[in-house]
Design a protein around this ligand. Structure first.
Ligand code: ATR
Length: 265
């Protein structure tokens, strides 16, 4: 996909910023939505090295951009530039949607995660196992707790799981192994899928009613989801999250309903 270096960014209305950015599917998704509603708006992908975040945001704002989506590794770095940050986003230190005009930032990954689970019926107290304790895990962990899941966290580096739990003051249980027994929802927030690596999960112990969710996506399915599917579980991939968070960003920016369907689903 075409993308621009921030200094060479063309005139546009919206953008996704990150580094790397060439694989982002946000431009196609949002442009499709703008076009479907007959809106004369443009959305592009712009590469921004993390150390140039504030300079780039000033530049895009001056060029007349109205909003940006923010992806890895900029979700925390943009906070310093903003005048107003939603409480949830400040707590998880991750902003993925910015209104450049008012310099406000919010997190739509977390409500998008919940929205993308609406096809399933999880009761209050359902057990969720979160795999990973990096940047992407923070918003999902807090959202899961606020949605009433009983939360378990496993991370290859166990100390990082403990830090995540204590810094967000979660009631979660840190596991020494990725034990999926009795778990209702297993969420992969590790970057293992990106490298085609396999997590050491004993899928034979999983409940056949469980749902496996990979926050990442890949055109040929991630190893995590292939393994889960082979074990008979229902699965959700990162495209569901991409579409759900994108829809919420769209509606927040434009103050109107996004077209149905939104994204690639
Ligand atoms: P992100 O912002 O996408 O969450 P990150 O902050 O770099 O990225 O975190 C990556 C996460 O994936 C971490 O939880 C990492 O585990 P460690 O804390 O032990 O490094 C996890 N991860 C990456 N590759 C992995 C692999 N092959 N197996 C298991 N966990 C992996």
């Amino acid at each position: 996909m075409a993308f621009f270096e921030w200094r060479d960014a063309p005139k546009s209305d919206y953008a996704v910023i990150g580094d790397p950015i060439e694989h982002s599917r946000s431009p196609a998704m949002h442009q499709h939505a703008f076009d479907a509603l007959g809106l004369d708006l443009k959305y592009v992908a712009v590469r921004v090295p993390v150390e140039e975040t504030s300079l780039a945001l000033d530049h895009l704002r001056t060029l007349g951009y109205r909003g940006v989506n923010v992806t890895v590794p900029l979700k925390e770095a943009v906070i310093d530039w903003l005048s107003e940050v939603e409480d949830f986003a400040r707590r998880v230190r991750a902003v993925n949607t910015i209104d450049l005009v008012s310099k406000r930032g919010i997190n739509t990954d977390a409500p998008g995660f919940t929205a993308s689970l609406s096809q399933f019926e999880f009761d209050q107290g359902s057990k969720m196992l979160l795999l990973g304790a990096g940047g992407s895990s923070r918003a999902i962990a807090l959202e899961a707790e606020q949605q009433g899941f009983e939360l378990f966290i496993y991370n290859r580096t166990v100390d990082k799981a403990h830090s995540l739990v204590s810094s967000l003051r979660l009631k979660a249980t840190v596991l020494a192994e990725p034990d999926v027994r009795d778990i209702d929802l297993i969420v992969n927030a590790t970057s293992a899928s990106l490298y085609g690596e396999r997590l050491a999960i004993d899928w034979t112990a999983a409940s056949p009613n469980a749902v496996a969710y990979d926050l990442f996506y890949s055109s040929h399915g991630t190893q995590f989801l292939v393994d889960a599917q082979n074990a008979g579980l229902r699965t959700v991939d990162g495209l569901a999250l991409l579409a759900a968070q994108g829809r919420l960003s769209f509606e927040w920016w434009l103050g109107r309903k996004a077209p149905e369907p939104f994204g690639f689903l």
